[in-house]
Design a protein around this ligand. Structure first.
Ligand code: MRU
Length: 347
């Protein structure tokens, strides 16, 4: 793995390698990682160098190509077996964002469709499918943004949590897409970005990317959301998601549930931006969504220095589940849905 520094998209296939913007270093340093193996992709996902549900899926699809491109297989059947082994390995990188499994399954399905073609043709198809996933994600995000804009008005204040932004997707972000589109149209939206403890994706990533884009963004600590709502500064909340269950429960970055409860208490609509790749109709309710627990150091040393006593017990779930009852609507590329009707979103 090599590094270089330049301003860059979060995930990019260039020449023969996968380039990832190291999101653990933003906003202070812009470091691009040149990734050449599936193992490096696995580690980049696990350690949040690439993060955010759609970007994890994209990186995994490229990782699958990196994992099989030099393998020798006697025929299509043997190739498929190796492909599935590599996919199973990449699927262990993180548990919550369903886009990881969705992307790997999509590549496997493409290779099934290719039938008994020569192994080199199948290898090229793996890369082709990864490129297609990334290409389509940009269009999906733009459409989600257009759909969300129909729920907003010029001049609104909007709260968001974590980073559901361009840094988590091929372009625009999911929940942030209407902010970019509103700017293109000359609207003035005022965005409040929760810092999003413990890893500060809101401060380090959302505040950074929206500021870079010239969008009116104000950073607040997570525990200020209630005050901002009570002061009437926010007329809508928009968040992303890592997985939507069949009953409309939504897993997203830890703290989202609290924001949803606050929004309901203040009569503020709570919207979830969800590409179809994040909707998991095979998971019946949010209670079945696997919630990742991350290392204690993210809390005890998360701000670059020790902030808690040695040996303290720590509980660090990276995601929580917002019950459908707190969600006003889930907005996908196919339309706007009540959470309990999310099954209708998938064609
Ligand atoms: O742990 P992360 O940084 O991968 O978590 C990201 C989020 O929770 C995002 O809000 C999310 O993936 C959904 S929107 C792109």
């Amino acid at each position: 793995m090599t590094t270089s520094s330049e301003v860059f998209a979060p995930v990019k296939w260039e020449g023969d390698a996968l380039l990832l913007l190291d999101q653990t270093r933003l906003p202070v340093e812009t470091i691009v990682l040149t990734i050449e193996t599936a193992e490096e992709v696995w580690a980049a996902i696990r350690h949040l160098q690439v993060r955010g549900a759609p970007a994890i899926g994209m990186a995994a699809a490229y990782g699958l190509y990196l994992g099989i491109r030099q393998l020798e297989a006697a025929d299509a059947g043997a190739f498929r077996e190796l492909l599935h082994q590599r996919a199973d390995y990449l699927a262990t990188a993180r548990p919550t964002a369903v886009n990881l499994f969705w992307a790997l399954d999509r590549v496997k399905a493409r290779i099934d469709q290719e039938g008994e073609k020569p192994v080199d043709v199948l290898k090229a198809a793996v890369l082709d499918e990864a490129l297609a996933i990334q290409r389509e994600d940009a269009e999906v995000c733009r459409t989600i943004g257009e759909n969300l804009l129909t729920l907003l008005n010029d001049g609104m204040g909007i709260l968001t949590h974590c980073n559901p932004g361009a840094l988590a997707t091929a372009a625009y972000g999911t929940a942030t897409a209407p902010f970019y589109l509103a700017k293109e149209r000359g609207w003035n939206l005022k965005v409040y970005a929760d810092e999003t403890r413990p890893v500060l994706q809101g401060a380090r990533l959302t505040a950074y990317e929206l500021q870079q884009a010239g969008i009116d963004v104000t950073l607040i600590c997570d525990n200020m959301a209630a005050m901002v709502m009570a002061q009437g500064k926010v007329q809508a909340v928009i968040v992303g998601t890592d997985r939507v269950a069949a009953n409309g429960d939504v897993a997203n970055k830890i703290g989202t549930y609290g924001v949803a409860v606050l929004a309901k208490a203040h009569g503020i609509p709570f919207y979830v931006a969800a590409p179809l790749s994040s909707i998991d109709l095979e998971t019946a309710t949010g209670a079945e969504i696997p919630i990742e627990e991350r290392p204690a150091e993210e809390i005890t040393h998360g701000l670059g220095k020790q902030v808690a006593p040695d040996g303290i017990q720590v509980y660090n779930p990276a995601f929580d589940v917002t019950p459908a009852a707190y969600i006003t609507a889930i907005v996908t590329e196919t339309g706007i849905f009540k959470p309990e009707e999310i099954g209708k979103a998938k064609p």
